[in-house]
Ligand binder design. Structure first.
Ligand code: FES
Length: 106
């Protein structure tokens, strides 16, 4: 199972075992990771699953589509590493992925 590390804005780390095929957001919710709120349930309509993908991983994840970019354009503290956790599909190749969570999602 791919292991994903979520790092809260206060540097608290949560490493979880995810299932290939689920989204990063689902992996976080199933493991009660604080900082991923997922108010819309994964429909790319809230940006409360906002996360920052570490540089070394960004190139290994398919780029954001239009709807995701639209949501991120209105997200608090969005930057070039911003992604929506509900739009990133976990694969075995993402074993070891590290994402950071914004202070706005506490
Ligand atoms: S859960 Fe709402 S945009 Fe990802």
């Amino acid at each position: 199972m791919p292991r994903i590390t979520f790092i809260e804005h206060d540097d608290t780390e949560h490493t979880v075992e995810a299932n290939a095929g689920q989204s990063l957001m689902q992996a976080a919710i199933e493991n009660s990771v604080p900082g991923i709120l997922a108010d819309c349930g994964g429909y790319c309509n809230c940006a409360t699953c906002h996360c920052y993908v570490d540089d070394m991983w960004a190139a290994r994840i398919p780029p954001a589509k239009h709807a995701e970019l639209d949501m991120l354009s209105g997200a608090i503290d969005a930057n070039s590493n911003s992604r929506l956790g509900c739009q990133i599909r976990v694969t075995n190749e993402l074993d070891g992925l590290v994402v950071r969570l914004p202070a706005s999602q506490t």
